[in-house]
Design a protein around this ligand. Structure first.
Ligand SMILES: NC(=O)c1ccc[n+]([C@@H]2O[C@H](COP(=O)([O-])OP(=O)(O)OC[C@H]3O[C@@H](n4cnc5c(N)ncnc54)[C@H](O)[C@@H]3O)[C@@H](O)[C@H]2O)c1
Length: 387
């Protein structure tokens, strides 16, 4: 099999390094009226917001605070209403993936005529116009800083759904690794797992002989395995943190998915666990991925063998042993970062199985995976094996 046809375009400008936030001034169009969007206040405490405000100098801006982890439609709509009422024309997200995703929805919803929840139900297809937006990310994990996707939740209806649109690439993202030093260990570990699994979902599928993408993916996985523990242990080791951040961004900016199949089933099942039980995004992925790889081991056979050999250096005569060991090492890596990999570790019992399967059916997520053969019955087995 050969590389599939593809088109690749990533228009986001990345500015990376220490003391780069001051460049905001030249990145945002001069006459803009800016709404800065933040989360629960971590960027106030660690000085990032101060630096952003200083960089904006005499420009016209206001701050919208309160985007929650796993950002909700309800809160994002408050920002949309503020923008409509006060005529802001630039959105600047300062925070983690939740803030960035909320900003994408906000930017696409401001000019939307009609019920804005339809934007989410359409998976982002209904977005036809956005107001410009850029980011100062403070948490490496999601890749939202350089991709065109987002995930929005609605608490009242137990929905957590992805949106995508070519209009949702940020204009720029300014990555100053020092602004992530204040992250709690749990968030750093979540971020390492999220980036690792993004890579796996675009790599462990079936082979299309994509030499470049495979080597990129393996490079990212090896970087996360090597630098992840260092950056968790020593948050202010700039070299390790910078490598981790760039790996997380590159893991989901479209580059390694060019021309290859992908399998987002771990994410889709994980979203249901977050909306049902409030488990962190990264944790849900660490719970589901090992069971999914095991369940789909025949379909993913050649890539699992490649992953075992090239990423974990496993050699055996017996191919089944290579696959078993590769999955065991993946689980052990997550656990070594402090991320538990079973539902029972989070106080969730076997009643979760029916609930997750019902949610997947309600969201029409009934043909997942690179071959679209992860049916609700297969998802059921995966969740059962994750208990
Ligand atoms: N857009 C995408 O492509 C994509 C991909 C994967 C996941 N997601 C979504 O992103 C969300 C998760 O984002 P996330 O993992 O970046 O976490 P997050 O943005 O939810 O942040 C987690 C916590 O870390 C805090 N925080 C952020 N930066 C900090 C800092 N520098 N210091 C101290 N605390 C800080 C936040 O206030 C928050 O309490 C989920 O909703 C997930 O589904 C999006």
């Amino acid at each position: 099999m050969a590389l599939q046809n593809f088109e690749f375009c990533n228009p986001t400008r990345i500015v990376f390094g220490k003391q780069t936030i001051q460049q905001l001034d030249k990145l945002i169009p001069e006459a803009s009226k800016i709404l800065i969007v933040i989360g629960g206040g971590s960027v106030r405490k660690n000085g990032t917001l101060d630096e952003v405000e200083q960089a904006l100098g005499k420009r016209s801006f206001a701050v919208f605070e309160g985007i929650e982890p796993n950002p909700t439609f309800e809160t994002a709509m408050l920002a949309v209403e503020k923008i409509r009422k006060e005529n802001f024309d630039f959105v600047l997200g300062v925070g983690g993936g939740s803030v960035m995703d909320a900003c994408k929805f906000i930017a696409g919803a401001v000019k939307y005529q009609g019920d804005t929840w339809d934007i989410v139900l359409s998976g982002g297809e209904k977005i036809t116009q956005v107001i410009p937006f850029g980011f100062v990310p403070t948490l490496p994990a999601t890749g939202s800083e350089m991709n065109s996707g987002g995930v929005i939740s609605r608490k009242s209806t137990f929905d957590k759904l992805p949106i995508h649109s070519s209009l949702l690439f940020p204009l720029f993202s300014i990555w100053d690794p020092t602004k992530t030093y204040s992250l709690p260990k749990r968030q750093v570990a979540n971020g390492i797992v999220d980036a690792f699994i993004h890579t796996v979902e675009q790599y462990i599928t079936y082979s299309v002989n994509a030499c470049v993408q495979d080597r990129f993916a393996e490079g990212l996985l090896l970087t996360l395995i090597e630098e992840g523990p260092k950056t968790l242990e020593n948050p202010e080791d700039y070299e390790a943190r910078a490598n981790f951040i760039w790996a997380a961004t590159m893991a989901l900016n479209g580059l390694i998915s060019t021309g290859v199949p992908s399998d987002w089933a771990t994410h889709m099942i994980g979203h249901e666990l977050t909306i049902l039980y409030g488990i962190d995004h990264g944790q849900t992925l660490a719970i589901i991925l090992p069971s999914l790889l095991n369940e789909m081991r025949n379909d993913k056979r050649s890539k699992l063998l490649q992953y075992g050999r090239r990423v974990w250096g496993i050699e055996h005569q017996d191919e089944e042993k290579i696959i078993d060991e590769a999955i065991a090492k993946t689980r052990a890596f997550f656990e070594s970062l402090g991320i538990k990999t079973h539902l029972r570790d989070y106080g969730v019992d076997d009643s979760a199985v029916d609930k997750v399967v019902e949610q997947l059916q309600r969201h029409n997520l009934t043909a997942l995976g690179e071959r679209k053969n992860i049916t609700p019955e297969v998802s059921r087995r995966i969740v059962e094996a994750s208990l």
